[in-house]
Ligand binder design. Structure first.
Ligand code: IPM
Ligand code: MG
Length: 369
């Protein structure tokens, strides 16, 4: 049985609670003989700031670089509102993405039939939805320089962020999009704002040329990002893979999350390039939901997104697609049994705790779902 090295960074807010449930599923995979996982733990976000004065320490960055995959909980909370900008909790996450060159962020939005009523949209619009938002994660306005606030000296200040994309950055994310589409329903929707942004004009040109050159068998369409936001809530099932930049991807993936019933349901994978020599790629897996400080410590957080993120690790880092399918089936089965954490309560009359949901998923895995 292969042994893989995981670095677990639970982080802040509900991160530690959902990480505890994740560990039960990791242990199950060992017991079931699927694969053995060696787990190291580190600090990220506010807890790292409280301990080291920075949102991730150099030692933990080294562990992240050495790990086969990083499992990340969540960062941030009002407690750290006043810390210096460079040491804010989110900076730890951004540094991990940038320094590990995790340019491809996969955010699947799947609506389980049992949850269609938990969405704020009508059942027929979201039921059986299965789309993939692919967000470029290491470029664009998140990292472009200059990024600063300058004093104009006349009582005015100027805030500047810079949106930058080079050809290679657009090409490599485009390739991931087309490859994903070929294994799904063979359609890519590329999104930018070419009507107002030069980076959008280039994005459109590069994706179009790449499609023509290497992926003519895949259906490609382009949609302006504002219009795409509208279409996502109007008729989301028209999409298969949506590929877009860092900022639009941040926004559109939150919109897509709500189609599935709750932000608590969405896993994600952030992937680097495959190393030609080792065949391995750097990767970080995290729930999309964030630290949810309002419910932290109450034992009511939904662990499904975190557990689903481990499922993505099995699929994309360890080539264990069958085990990933097992996790998805187990999640589906506990939902069919009617188990609900408060965020996906819908019309249900009772809810379960974080621990109860985690235990139920492990029980479903034991039973073979
Ligand atoms: C996300 C989050 C992050 C982002 C924050 C926490 C920096 O919103 O992963 O979607 O903006 O990328
Ligand atoms: Mg976000």
């Amino acid at each position: 049985m292969a042994t893989h090295k995981l670095l677990l960074l639970p982080g802040d807010g509900i991160g530690p609670e959902v990480s505890t449930e994740l560990l039960k599923v990791v242990a199950f995979m060992g017991e079931a003989g699927v694969a053995q996982f060696e787990i190291e733990k580190g600090l990220v976000g506010g807890v790292a700031y409280d301990t080291h004065g920075q949102s991730i320490s150099e030692a933990d960055m080294t562990l992240a670089k050495e790990a086969d995959a990083v499992m990340f909980g969540a960062v941030g909370g009002p407690k750290w509102d006043a810390v210096p900008y460079d040491a804010r909790p989110e900076a730890g996450l951004l540094r991990l993405r940038k320094d590990l060159d995790l340019f491809a962020n996969l955010r699947p939005a799947i609506c389980y039939p049992a949850l269609a009523d938990a969405s704020s949209l009508k059942r027929e619009i979201v039921e059986d939805l299965d789309i993939m938002i692919l967000r470029e994660l290491t470029g664009g306005v998140y990292f472009g320089e200059p990024k600063q606030i300058i004093d104009l000296g006349n009582g005015q200040k100027r805030g500047i962020d810079t949106q930058i994309y080079d050809t290679f950055e657009i090409e490599r994310i485009g390739r991931v999009a087309f490859e994903l589409a070929r294994k799904r329903r063979n359609k890519v929707t590329s999104s930018e704002k070419r009507n107002v942004m030069k980076s959008g004009v280039l994005w459109n040109e590069v994706i179009t040329a790449l499609h023509k050159r290497e992926y003519p068998d895949v259906t490609l369409e382009h949609q302006l990002a504002d219009s795409l936001g509208m279409q996502l809530v109007r008729w989301p099932k028209q999409f298969d893979v949506i590929v877009t930049d860092n900022l639009f991807g941040d926004m559109l993936s939150d919109v897509a999350a709500m189609l599935t019933g709750s932000l608590g349901m969405l896993p994600s994978a952030s992937l680097g390039e495959v190393n030609a020599k080792t065949g391995k790629r750097k990767a970080l897996y995290e729930p999309v939901h964030g630290s949810a400080p309002d419910i932290a410590g109450k034992g009511v957080a939904n662990p499904i997104a975190m557990i689903g993120s481990f499922g993505m690790a099995l699929r994309y880092s360890f080539g264990l697609a069958d085990a990933a399918d097992m996790i998805e089936k187990a999640i589906s089965s506990v939902l069919d049994q009617g188990l609900r954490t408060p965020d996906i309560k819908g019309a249900a009359t009772s809810t379960v705790s974080t621990v109860e949901m985690g235990d139920a998923i492990v029980a479903a895995l034991r039973k073979g779902a």
